[in-house]
Design a binder for this molecule. Sequence first.
Ligand code: ADP
Ligand code: MG
Length: 623
Amino acid sequence: MTIQPETRAFEAEVSQVLHLVTHALYSHKDIFLRELISNASDACDKLRFAALSDAALTAGDAELRIEIEYDKDARTLTIRDNGIGMSRDEVVDNIGTIARSGTRRFLESLSGDARKDTQLIGQFGVGFYSAFIVAGQVTLTTRKAGADAADGVRWQSGGSGEYTLEQVEVPARGTSVTLQLKPGEDEFLDGWKLRELVKRYSDHVAFPIRLRAESDGKPTGEFETVNHAVALWTRPKADISDDDYRAFYKSLSHDFNDALAWTHNRVEGSQSYTSLLYLPEKPPFDAVFSGRDERKGLKLYIRRVFIMDASEQLLPAYLRFVRGVIDSDDLPLNVSREILQENRLVAQIRSACVKRTLDLLDRLAKDEPEKFAQFTSAFGNVLKEGIAEDGANRERIARLLRFASTHGEDASRNVALDDYIARMPAGQEVIWYITADSWLAARNSPQIESLKARGVEVLLLGERIDEWMIGYLHEYAGKQLRNAAKGELDAADGSDAQAREQAAAAAQPVLDKLRQSLGDAVDKVQVGQRLTQSPACIVLGEYDMAPHMQRLLREAGHDVPASKPVLEINPQHALVQRFAAETDPARSADLAHLLLEEAQLAAGEQLADTSAFIARVNKLLAG
Ligand code: ADP
Ligand code: MG
């Protein structure tokens, strides 16, 4: 059956991407070649995989390869593969009308900085469109492996709004993409230039990339392989240079930043496999990375055959920043996602990946502090999820975390728990911390005033994840971790119990008065050892969630039951003394509520009635 040629419109989002690509993304334009070669290589991978169950698919032409040809007179550049090819429907689905899931995210992630945005394109599954950076017209001709020559498809587009589809005769399986170069893009019609780009970006593509050699400016008819064409991880470590590793990382991840570090291992034993794991320098892109649902980046090969992206099966979520390759000798080639979930060998590889990654981080922390600091700022908060998720490795992960502390000058997170313990004075038994909305709020928390005054170091946990994470970290290296805002502060601190009781007795009248003024608004009022400068602060029960966290959860639409606060006061403070001396009941009530509201604000809480608070402040200020 012959289908008539037709013209179709791109979906709005695809058009938007195309418009951007043709009008705004002009720097680093040579990435288009990397993207098209990467698609050709993916197509060869897919065919090799499909041929496992249907050998007829590669019969007659078993040597998978990628070919690049150019024609100076016609000003065209063609990238061809003999991979899986596409049916008509697949062409429409994959590169035609329908916006794929990455399209919207790509648009959302654009920064407006052309240099950065061009580089993003391959990471969002819209790499094909990068062809339009250099081409005014793109023609894709394809024949699905196993399909008849008569059922080939030609797709053509000028990159603005629409494309044509036509049924054509295609003599051999696979896909060829021909770019009609825009004026001024003649550099891509040069053998040396193309060879250099292939070497730079695609040397480690595991299939031969062959360039049609030229002599006297004319193609000779001979193709010459220009890349290494060997899967990098299969080569002996000693033969691989750092530059090789870096280049492979880039082609693997479509990341334009470098890899920060990597670990390459061959395991022989009850099962054999190779792992090559990378830490990126920077989060590849926030939009996808922050979502835990769709994880990608660790490719599973079985005896050199690419099987699938198995990041979810081979890595826990808290190591989702790892990129790399696992190549197993022992898994069955017909493995499915379901099998991967419960396979014993996979479970072993997974825990080895965790161990290798943590080992690599240990090594960075020890030997390359600058790189480790870079890691901490890029992925430290993701790693923290492991404290909750991976109980077996909790202590190891905790050792890799870095925090800001009252001993630091600024917000930089550079204090390890081991550093803290090493400088703990004799007699101090616990590791103190405080959580808050931000580093600044943590540092200025009234709850840590007396600890600070006594020179006791307090870890300042100002990241959103900290409150949740620290709930799973009760102990490190035999030391308890304690929140300075929770429970009795002095009990764990060994200060004089008798002095405490005396102070409490002396403060009893003001406590009673406060209790009376505040009534139901508080659970309890108390004197304690926390405050030196502020008049009052909120104290949390052992299992209470910090107020700033409660607020965030409420803002996110969660139903967080309100608990009544415990208010700790500083009887020495002028405001508390003024309250104690105040005889007018109305003014007493205002002062009492102010003390409470200030403490709530300092704890990052939202006041139930802000206007009442303002009215009280104004009344008191006006005398
Ligand atoms: P990605 O490669 O990340 O999926 P692209 O925009 O580069 O995104 O490609 C979109 C899709 O088009 C691919 O997933 C693939 O299904 C299809 N495709 C592109 N090029 C080829 C090719 N040479 N052979 C077969 N399919 C291809
Ligand atoms: Mg691609």
